[in-house]
Design a protein around this ligand. Structure first.
Ligand code: CUA
Length: 164
C-alpha cells in the first residue's frame, strides 16, 4: 500500500505525540504520585443529617493540619460558624503553611469547587463526598469558586480561604 510522504510524516508525528502523552501520564502516576480526586464516601442526601459531614466547620488536627467540612447548595457554600455568619460567603481562616483537607458534598445539584491559585478543582456531586488536600504556603485571600453551572445564582456562589 502506498502512503504519501507527507501523510507518513504526519502519522509519525502523531504517533510520537501520543507516545509522549502516554509517557507523561505514566510518569505523573508512577513518579509523582498524581491521582484523580476520588469520592471518599457516598451519602444519601435524604439522610444527610445523620452523617459526620452534616456539621460544616473547620477542625484543627494539630501540627498545622486542618480538616474543613463544607456543603454546597444553590447558591452558596457553607463551612460552618467558624467561617462567618450564616448567609454570607464563608471565609475559611487558616495560618500560613497549613495542610488542609477539604471534604465537600452537595445537597442538591452538581457544583464545582475551585480554589484560586492552588491545584484544587473538585466536582461536587450530590450523594458523594469529594476530598482533596492542599498546603497553603502563601499568605493572602484565595477565592473558592463554584465553576460548574448550577442555575441562575451560579455566579454568586463563592467563598474564600484566608491564609494569615
Ligand atoms: Cu454552584 Cu455553580
Amino acid at each position: 500500500m502506498h502512503i504519501d510522504r507527507y501523510e507518513r510524516a504526519w502519522l509519525t508525528a502523531v504517533g510520537i505525540a501520543l507516545g509522549a502523552f502516554a509517557a507523561a501520564m505514566a510518569a505523573g502516576f508512577i513518579l509523582f504520585g498524581i491521582r484523580l480526586p476520588s469520592p471518599v464516601a457516598r451519602i444519601n442526601p435524604n439522610t444527610f443529617a445523620g452523617t459526620p459531614y452534616a456539621n460544616p466547620g473547620i477542625k484543627s488536627l494539630g501540627g498545622g493540619r486542618y480538616e474543613v467540612f463544607m456543603t454546597a447548595k444553590m447558591w452558596s457554600f457553607d463551612a460552618g460558624r467558624d467561617s462567618g455568619p450564616v448567609g454570607v460567603p464563608p471565609r475559611v481562616k487558616i495560618p500560613r503553611g497549613s495542610e488542609v483537607t477539604f471534604y465537600v458534598t452537595s445537597l442538591d445539584v452538581d457544583h464545582g469547587f475551585y480554589i484560586e491559585g492552588h491545584a484544587i478543582n473538585l466536582e461536587v456531586i450530590p450523594g458523594q463526598v469529594a476530598r482533596a488536600t492542599v498546603t497553603f504556603m502563601q499568605a493572602g485571600e484565595f477565592n473558592i469558586i463554584c465553576n460548574q453551572y448550577c442555575g441562575v445564582g451560579h455566579q454568586v456562589m463563592y467563598g474564600s480561604v484566608v491564609v494569615q
